[in-house]
Design a protein around this ligand. Sequence first.
Ligand SMILES: C[S@@+](CC[C@H](N)C(=O)[O-])C[C@H]1O[C@@H](n2cnc3c(N)ncnc32)[C@H](O)[C@@H]1O
Length: 241
Amino acid sequence: MNKLLESHSHEDINIASTWSPPIPAYLEDIYWWTYTRPYAIAFWDREWLVNLILFGNFVRLRDSAMNELETGICSTLQISCVYGDFSSKLAQRVAKNGSLDIVDVVPIQLDNVRRKLPIGDRVHTVQCDATKLKFSDASYDQVVIFFLLHEVPASVKEKTLSEALRVLKPGGKLVIVDYHQPSIFNPLRYLLHPLLKLLEPFSLDMWKQSIESWLPKEFVPAEYTKSTFFGGVYQKVVIRV
Ligand SMILES: C[S@@+](CC[C@H](N)C(=O)[O-])C[C@H]1O[C@@H](n2cnc3c(N)ncnc32)[C@H](O)[C@@H]1O
């Protein structure tokens, strides 16, 4: 999509979206029961259920990410959607002359989110793999990655972060919210470990390594801030390019 997307027009996105990336093997192998089957979406597409999985922290984490994002005239990219509640809230905040592009690699996730969005001049959905974004360098003011990194293998974490940084304009902001290693005094640490190991095998990487460790080696952030939530179970990292 490279040069094609520079204007960010809806038409450009449709033309460039004609090539569909394959669904990554880890999604079909591990997460078919949550993301890639229509019945999975019908079951999981409930904000209260997502909130339950996050121990009641969905709104707090969502709003914490939102608070880092500008609402003025700016271009925003959300890398991965799922069930749409984060995306619909983000879409409500897009200014009149701003834009929001939402990507996901699973077409039925995008179909589902589209039903909830005011699709038009300002909000677009694009099927694409986070490791190979269909956008030109330096085309967004801000990029948000909400609970994607823990689900993907380390090589995908690295490529996703590298792509997010590539598409950001100089001075742009990357906001990441995801799992983190809970404090040793947090009882959830002992409950979550076996659950995550069983259901989301790549997520324990987030316990062992910092997000910084998956950034491109040559990248030097202008700003890097990290905060944790709920006794260390979750983290928010904000990177200024
Ligand atoms: C837990 S969700 C991410 C949460 C989401 N950001 C939100 O708004 O709540 C996982 C989503 O990531 C998508 N996904 C997984 N791997 C991807 C990749 N390599 N590129 C793009 N999307 C991906 C899945 O299809 C699924 O919709």
